[in-house]
Design a protein around this ligand. Sequence first.
Ligand code: BMA
Length: 356
Amino acid sequence: MRLFFRILLLLSLIPVVAACSSKRPSAATAQQADGSSILYGHQDDLVYGHTWVVTDVENDDLSRSDVKDVAGRYPAVVGFDLGGIELGDPCNLDGVPFDLMRRAALKHIERGGTVTFSWHPRNPFTGGDAWDVTSDQVVVSILDGGEKHETFMVWLQRAADFLASLGDVPVIFRPWHENLGSWFWWGGKLCTADQYKALFRLTHDYFVKERGLTNLLWCYSPNGPVSAEEYLSRYPGDDYVDYLGTDIYEYVGPLGLEAAGRHFASQVREMLATLKELGEEHGKRWCLSETGLESLKDPHWWDEVLYPAIQGSGITYVLSWRNAHDKPEHFYAPWKGFENEEDFRQFAGHDDIVLL
Ligand code: BMA
């Protein structure tokens, strides 16, 4: 009789065991990802959201997150931007104190997540911002032998100091992004391909060889969509890159929502298929390093536009841009009270989408 009950008990456990083994992947760090699931990421997630901003730099417990407010979990990836570090500013270009950024990055890693850093440095030649494209002499001026080389090396030193202050944790570093467009001073029309490659390699070699920052995973992330040939035209080389990324946003414009969504999804699918081919060929991971639809105008964007566009693409992660607390229209991730909360929960509920 006792044996009979034991057998019954064992049989009743089978569905539980089966459910556990088929549960969503728990690996939330990019280093563990194998391409079968996609880490979801959000820029600046822990330091501000659509209606709030952390003000207590030293003591805030960094538990707030627009994504968590909506989906119950933190994003698996959090992005931060180093713009401003080059001049020794206490806060980055979006007002995030670097001391807070450091604490938030480490907290996120402690929770099991992945951190990625972009960088919108000022223009070292004109003194303008990253978007100052009035001169095509900037990159050449900061390379070895250029008149701004020494200044630029100090900028690199300050960025490296910040990254070194994180300790030995692996983080994804994504400098000189969207370089095939011409809206940043390192963009396509502002320097030659050789100058761009030299800039990337100079940054890499200073960080890795001179500063010993071997914990950085380097992401090359041109704006997409572009052909494989164009993508590689400024690729610094396999020795300098770990992740093949691309930044692609949806713009509605005159197309209207539905057609813009279809257009964006097909651009993403095509570009990610190109990255898959290149990734397999070059032995690199690939990712959708920035994406979004400003103001999330489409109530079904997450589950009906983005998800089908990235599903099965093999990307390690997808990162949506920031929810600015001081520009009401400038948000890309969900927030509590906004109409597409449920849409995001459906997206985040897929077995192959990973949150923390
Ligand atoms: C842009 C916008 C800007 C911001 C910059 C760097 O896409 O979000 O408001 O300053 O990124 O984060």
